[in-house]
Design a protein around this ligand. Structure first.
Ligand code: MLT
Length: 312
């Protein structure tokens, strides 16, 4: 019968390559997290999990692609806090951030760093704040479009300073970092998964971290909260999703593969070096991701509306 055939197909899943959509350009922080987990999940699922970077519009183009993909388990989606800010930023989103996706689980919480090109004049956060205020029409701020984590951090920064800055949007903070290294853009707020290497290599200046506690792998960086931007906090949580309607037996296999990756020593070491770690096992569940996503939509919606920022 058809039901038996469906049952057999689900039991045999996966029988071919799985695509993990990353809604930002290759070489950025989301891509870094995605490829780490895709590699481990490939080993567990015994099928290649290949990454497809679908950048643009702050991650919403990638989300829209996944929302209309077949719910057969062969398309999955790794996105971050941007899944929760897009509903307030885009009034005409072509998808519903909650109901068009099947949550698999939380993946990692990544701190952000305030970084500038190497010869930016400010030597610490207080000087940076003063310099930006005094030169607000000159300085340029890089982000990855409305809906990106770098955009959200910038929005909070500009609200705190009561200053609007010229922002330069990229398809991801991978490309943005190239321009920061080349001095074509002045500063940005980006995740430790993308900035740690450049900070330690002395290629960019760093002023602080966006977490309330210091980041072990960047011990010399103060928290922004304690060094001039009281209350400033952004943690870039990441979630793994499938399209709505993906059958439960398939979702269960993806949850298991995610949790195995979360225990993988290589991934833990790599993420530790980059200022983060896998989400706890009990957060790598559909329920944990669904409730966190809803809580974050409720949290950031009013902040974005108050800032009066809309993408469309
Ligand atoms: C990226 O992967 O490029 C970043 O997540 C962009 C951002 O969200 O700032």
């Amino acid at each position: 019968s058809a039901l038996a055939a469906i049952g057999i197909a689900q039991a045999a899943y996966p029988e071919k390559t799985i695509t993990m959509v990353i809604p930002f350009a290759a070489g950025g922080p989301t891509d870094t997290v995605g490829r780490l987990f895709a590699q481990s999940m490939s080993n567990t699922l015994k099928q290649q999990v290949i990454v497809e970077n679908v950048g643009g519009a702050g991650g919403t183009l990638g989300a829209a692609r996944v929302a209309r993909s077949a719910p057969d388990g062969y398309t999955i989606f790794l996105h971050h806090i941007g899944q929760s800010t897009a509903p307030a930023l885009y009034r005409k989103l072509s998808y519903d951030a909650v109901t068009d996706f099947e949550p698999i689980g939380l993946v990692a919480d990544v701190p952000m760093t305030f970084v500038a090109r190497k010869d930016f004049p400010a030597k610490d956060l207080k000087e940076l704040l003063a310099y930006v205020k005094a030169n607000k029409d000159k300085v340029t701020y890089a982000n990855a479009g409305l809906g990106s984590a770098s955009h959200l951090c910038g929005l909070l920064f500009m609200s705190a300073l009561q200053t609007d800055l010229t922002t330069v949007p990229y398809k991801g903070t991978g490309p943005a970092m190239n321009d920061l290294l080349g001095g074509q853009v002045d500063f940005m707020c980006d995740q430790t998964t993308n900035t740690t290497g450049q900070i330690k290599g002395g290629k960019i200046k760093a002023y602080g971290v966006t977490t309330k506690t210091k980041v072990e792998s960047l011990p010399n960086l103060p928290t922004l909260d304690s060094s001039g931007l009281p209350g400033f906090e952004v943690v870039v949580w990441h979630g793994l999703y499938a399209p709505k309607g993906t059958p439960k037996p398939i979702v269960d296999k993806l949850v298991q593969a995610l949790q195995i990756a979360g225990r993988d020593a290589t991934i833990k070491q790599r993420l530790d070096d980059l200022g983060t770690d896998p989400a706890a096992q009990n957060r790598m569940t559909p329920e944990a991701l669904r409730s966190h996503l809803k809580a974050e939509i409720d949290k950031w919606g009013p902040v974005i509306k108050k800032a009066g920022v809309y993408a469309d």
